[in-house]
Design a protein around this ligand. Structure first.
Ligand SMILES: Nc1ncnc2c1ncn2[C@@H]1O[C@H](COP(=O)(O)OP(=O)(O)OP(=O)(O)O)[C@@H](O)[C@H]1O
Ligand SMILES: [Mg+2]
Length: 376
């Protein structure tokens, strides 16, 4: 087993395409790390540099204490599972799994032992004699993984390995992959653009945007304490609401947040005010709140229990079984409110909302970095 360390790694294609910018990541021995981000953010480039399939433009990559920038892919102790698994359709599952070992000239009885061992672990003994072409998507995936693992490599790299499966199979395979990774204890780097997949499977998640690391943390850290507006927006479904507003600190214990339109004017007091970066006294900010953290206090003004009230117009109402979603507008910012299914709302209704009673976030308007002390 091995840790994987990226130290200020850059990937520049040609002269200008900066696909990965000064990326530093420390994947611990046996850890499952997911690289998450939108299309084109540099996920595959990062994975291919770890695999040795793509040259590292600048920086260092080590696998288990050894810098491997110049080590051939075959000597890095890694295996890789691609989205299409690249199986040989006319060969059986057994032959596909055995292939890399046969190529290395491993003894037949040794191959047999290894193939059967890994097949037992992956619960795929029953399909060993089937042709790869006759297997279903989930089964082919297991063959692909078995073939990657049969090498006894130290690091497993996966690039969107289940993105083409249908929703039900994807969710089942997700659980199975996490279980396997824990059983095998193999250091794993898993690329996906699907935040639910990353949050459900990985020990830690590295969020990339335009080749830059935005945050590296556990699912809880990303969800409850996003370090910037991009992570806050990208992680969580439905996404966080953002309202641009002005921040003015009155004293240590009192901070006012307001917009020019009078519907949004709230005051943070005591602990909430103290969590705010003391350097911020008068600036433009983004106020962020997740749809599930908004509480409808009443449909008439002044009816709340003395807390902060914000006025919203109802634009749309989407009823649901587990919860309903109200689409509203606060001072021209569109907001989503997640509420209990027994709540009803009609377009053009006015609602009064408590947006600070649960969890909320504040980001600097320009840098988009969080200016609130972390709270998990
Ligand atoms: N061989 C290449 N030559 C030039 N530019 C490339 C090459 N490979 C990737 N790029 C560019 O580098 C950037 C990052 O690409 P990469 O494939 O790493 O992103 P990704 O996050 O894996 O995207 P996706 O989610 O679409 O797979 C993109 O702008 C892409 O166009
Ligand atoms: Mg990719």
């Amino acid at each position: 087993m091995a840790e994987v360390v990226l130290d200020k790694v850059w990937k520049i294609y040609g002269k200008r395409v900066e696909a990965v910018k000064e990326l530093s990541l420390h994947v611990k021995d046996g850890e499952f790390v997911s690289i998450l981000g939108p299309s084109g953010c540099g996920k595959t480039s990062t994975l291919r540099m770890i695999a040795g399939l793509e040259e590292i433009t600048r920086g260092h990559l080590s696998i288990g204490d050894k810098v491997v920038n110049d080590v051939e892919p075959g000597n890095r102790g890694i295996s890789m599972v691609f989205e299409n698994y690249a199986l040989f359709p006319h060969m059986t599952a057994y032959e596909n799994v055995a292939f890399p070992l046969s190529l290395r000239g491993v003894d037949k009885s040794e191959i047999d032992k290894k193939v059967r061992e890994i097949s037992r672990l992956l619960e795929m003994d029953y399909m060993l004699e089937e042709l790869a072409a006759s297997l279903g998507g989930g089964e082919r995936q297991r063959v692909g993984i078995a073939r990657a693992l049969v090498h006894e490599s130290r690091v497993l790299l996966m690039d969107e390995p289940i993105s083409h499966l249908d929703a039900a199979l994807r969710s089942k395979t997700r659980t199975e992959l996490s279980r396997l990774q824990k059983v095998l204890g193999i250091t794993t780097v898993y690329v996906t653009h699907d935040q639910l997949e990353a949050l459900a499977m990985a020990d830690r998640i590295a969020v990339l945007n335009f080749g830059e690391l935005q945050q590296f943390g556990t699912a809880d850290e990303l969800y409850y304490a996003p370090e910037n507006k991009f992570v806050a927006d990208f992680v969580g479904e439905p996404p966080m609401n953002f309202i641009p507003c002005r921040l003015k600190r009155k004293d240590e214990n009192t901070v006012r947040l307001f917009t020019e339109c009078s519907d949004f004017d709230i005051t943070l007091k005591g602990g909430d005010a103290k969590r705010l970066d003391p350097k911020c006294t008068d600036s433009k900010v983004w106020f962020g709140v997740r749809p599930k953290d908004i509480v409808i206090t009443s449909s008439t003004e002044g009816d709340s229990s003395g807390g902060n009230q914000v006025k919203s117009l109802v634009l749309n109402f989407e009823p649901g079984c587990e919860h309903s979603i109200i689409e509203g507008s606060i001072c021209d910012s569109r907001v989503l409110i997640q509420c209990d299914p027994d709540v009803q709302a009609t377009p053009d209704d006015t609602l009064f909302l408590d947006v600070t009673g649960k969890r909320f976030h504040i980001f600097d308007f320009e840098t988009e970095k969080s200016i609130l002390e972390k709270k998990l």
